[in-house]
Every structure is written in C-alpha cells, then in structure tokens.
Design a protein around this ligand. Structure first.
Ligand SMILES: *Cc1c(COP(=O)(O)O)cnc(C)c1O
Length: 370
C-alpha cells in the first residue's frame, strides 16, 4: 500500500518540538490570541515578505474576510478561476457579490490572464487568482490589468506556501493573499487554521477587527464582525512547522523532478512549469483521457490517488442557481474529467516513488492497448 499523503509523518519527524510547543500553550493558560499567535503572525509575514499577517480560523474565512476588508458586497463582481476548489467561489458568494469565472491556461491550470479583460465590467472590484496545485499564477499581467482598471487583487495561496513567482515568494504580490493551514496543505496545522498576508495596513487593520466580532476594544463593536480566530495551539504548532517548510518543499520538488523524468513518454500529460515559476508541488497532477481507468488500476495495485477536483464549481448543485449548463466552461470541465493527483508529500521515500512510477507506467500501457 502506498498512501496518497502521510499526515502522521510530520508529527513523528518533529515529535519532540511539537510536544514541547503544545505543552507550552497548554500550561500557559492563553487559549485565545496571545503571544503564540502574535509571534506566528510576525514569523509568517516575514517568511512571505509581507508587512502583515493576520491569523484566522481557516482558509475560507481568510478569503471571505479579506474580500470584506476590501468592501466587497452585493453589486460587486469578483473574477475567479473556473477551475478551483469550491472555497474560492464560496468566499465571494458569502459577501453577496457576483462570481465572474474565467477559464485557465490549459498548460498551467492557472487563470489565463489573456481572458481577464473581456470579463471586466464597470462592477468588477477584485481579481481573485488561485495558485493552484502549488504553482504561482502569472501575476505580472494580472497586476497590470488590475492597475489599468483600478481593481484590487486577492490571491488564494492555500496551496502555495513558499512558492515563488519570478524569484519572489507568493505572499505580497497583490493587495492581499489568503492562506489555509488545513492539515493536508504544505504548511498544515493539527486542525483548522488560516491567515491573510498583506502590505496594506488598512486591510490588516480591518481583518483584525472583522475576525474579532468587529471589535478593537473589548465590548465596543465598530462593525458586525465574525468570530474567526487562529487558535494559539495551532499557532504554536505552525511555528515549529514553518521552520521546516523550505526543507519539506525541497523534498516535494525532488519527488516532482523524478516523476517528470520517469513518467515522460508514457502517454500522460505531465505538469507544465513556466520558467518564471517555482512551484511547491502541493499536488502532482497528471492528465489522461481515460483517467478513471488509470485511477482504478492504481487503486487495484494499492496506490492512493485523488481527483482535484471531480466537479467544477459551476456544475455543483450548490451553484445550480448560477444557471450554468455543461459546456459553459469547457476547460474546467475537461480538467475535472482528466486530472489525477499522484502520491506526493515530504515523507515519500524512494521505494514508494519507484512503486508509483512502475504501476503508473504499466497501467498507462495497458489502457492505451486497443
Ligand atoms: C484548502 C483550500 C481552501 C480552503 O481552506 P480551508 O482551510 O479548508 O477553509 C481555499 N482555497 C483553496 C485553493 C484550497 O486548496
């Protein structure tokens, strides 16, 4: 059996430091906010090269509250990728704003900057690119379009902790970046967690008020806020793991490199990396027209794999009111039919990698036989 991702491995690797961090919080009596959250925020902001980081309860809240901090509401339009995790869309809907999906570049899976301007209307307020699968979106043209039309840019960085675009870490290209620390992410907590990084002091200040019931001074409420706080226990855990993130990302890069070499020429479409991108390989996603047969062969051989994502947001029942039929966003739909994520994680060893490669190669060969 080769698992898709080993979630226990990071704990075993850092057991002593993590146990100490947890004991420190438990014995301190600080269970909401406090020094661990402050210090994690400072360390994560520094890591991202951003002036501010504001911890929140999860990645969806990070997106939602960042949009609120940008005053997004009913009547506003937000441009999102047609192919993303549903959270990107839900954050916009939660503000009462209107979703305007744009199709991806077929090679990078990220929003196609060449298609954005046609989707802009006088109501457009925010561009919301996603750094999908850990690969940075093409930020320069996106930022140029935003400047030209007076729009804000919020990035969904939930899959891209540590990724670099033209040498600069994701975290401060646009007006704000939303992060998730869901356990399976490259930087994952032992429960839920999220944050927003930004260089804009006003966005950071609004985030701090919004996450805390709309209050700056206890029992004085300026706005109708939310309860969305990063737990100090999770902050302490994240501080330990942040120190390991670059090493863990380097291991992912090394695995992806070997996949790229050994899976070439077996009929799969492998990930494409533009020369300006340094992805962190949150997922290693291949494409095959007979994806389901390929996945079944892997399952039969005891290799875990997942589909990110099997139903694009516009075809979800949750968005039935959006009124999209099949065919509305053909690239997103093709991806949903053809993508397959192979095992990937910092704990994956050479023997597991070789096992996956061997099984994928023989499965691909068997499928192609007429
Ligand atoms: C995981 C994820 C989110 C949501 O994060 P949660 O912490 O689970 O709320 C948002 N966007 C993308 C692209 C994600 O992968």
């Amino acid at each position: 059996m080769i698992s898709f991702l080993d979630l226990k491995a990071p704990y075993l690797e850092l057991k002593q430091e993590l146990d100490e961090a947890i004991a420190r919080v438990v014995s301190s009596g600080w269970f909401i906010g406090g020094p661990e959250v402050d210090q994690f925020e400072a360390e994560y902001a520094a890591y991202c090269g951003a002036a501010h980081a504001v911890g929140v309860a999860n990645g969806l809240d990070a997106l939602h509250l960042a949009l609120r901090a940008m005053d997004v509401g009913p009547g506003d339009e937000v441009i999102v990728p047609s192919n993303t995790y549903i959270a990107t869309w839900l954050a916009v809907s939660q503000c009462g704003a209107t979703l305007v999906p744009v199709e991806p570049d077929a090679r990078t899976f990220n929003i196609d900057p060449a298609l954005i301007e046609a989707a802009i209307t006088p109501r457009t307020k925010v561009l919301l690119p996603v750094h999908l699968y850990g690969q940075p979106a093409d930020m320069d043209p996106i930022l140029a379009i935003a400047r030209k039309h007076g729009l804000r840019v919020l990035e969904d960085g939930a899959q891209a902790h540590g990724a670099r675009y033209k040498g600069q870490r994701v975290g401060a290209h646009g007006d704000a970046v939303a992060w998730s620390f869901y356990p399976g992410k490259n930087l994952g907590a032992m429960g839920d967690g999220g944050a927003v990084t930004t260089n804009d002091p006003q966005i950071a200040d609004r985030m701090r008020v919004l996450r805390n019931y709309g209050s700056r001074v206890k029992y004085v409420n300026e706005v109708q806020g939310y309860n969305s706080r990063l737990d100090p226990l999770q902050a302490a855990i994240l501080r330990v793991k942040l120190a390991k993130l670059d090493e863990w990302n380097a291991r992912r890069r090394s695995i992806s490199k070997r996949y790229q070499q050994r899976l070439a020429n077996c009929g799969l479409t492998l990930p494409y990396v533009p020369d300006w991108a340094e992805p962190v390989w949150h997922l290693y996603v291949v494409q095959h027209p007979q994806r389901d047969a390929l996945q079944q062969a892997l399952t039969d051989a005891g290799v875990g794999s997942l589909i990110h994502y099997p139903i694009p947001p516009h075809l979800q029942q949750a968005y039935a009111s959006f009124g999209c039929r099949e065919g509305a966003f053909p690239l997103a739909e093709r991806m949903a039919d053809q993508v397959l994520s192979l095992p990937m994680g910092p704990a994956m060893g050479e023997s597991e990698l070789s096992g996956v490669v061997r099984i994928v190669q023989s499965a691909a060969k068997a499928i192609c036989r007429p």
